[in-house]
Design a protein around this ligand. Sequence first.
Ligand SMILES: [Zn+2]
Ligand SMILES: [Zn+2]
Ligand SMILES: [Zn+2]
Length: 130
Amino acid sequence: MMKLMEGASGRKGKGAAERQQVVQGRIFACAFCRGTGILLRSKGIRCPVCRGGGHVEVDPPAILCAYCGGRGESKPGTNITCIVCLGKGVVSIKEPHIECRQCRGIGVEANSKLPCLACRGKGVRSGAST
Ligand SMILES: [Zn+2]
Ligand SMILES: [Zn+2]
Ligand SMILES: [Zn+2]
């Protein structure tokens, strides 16, 4: 079920295709510091998420955090870690997983902008149990 490029235009913002895709591996570059180990926009402050190591470990299977879009920041341009992935940018999930209907996979409650209660901001729920 390979999905080919459906038109190269309109590739800005979050693409639905990038979400809910299982990412391979267990060690990832730390999203919060972009793998540098140093807090962004700081002068040498050690990243609190990876403790300066530049990488984080997440139990597979994992997906990009829907709530922050994999950035690891609760809001762009802040030094506040995402409360869903805790700054890692990826969250471990349980297979099989389905898109969360309550937030339509974006992990955000429409009204409050808080993490979706049904999926805890991950954008997916376990398909096995409800
Ligand atoms: Zn880091
Ligand atoms: Zn996140
Ligand atoms: Zn949800």
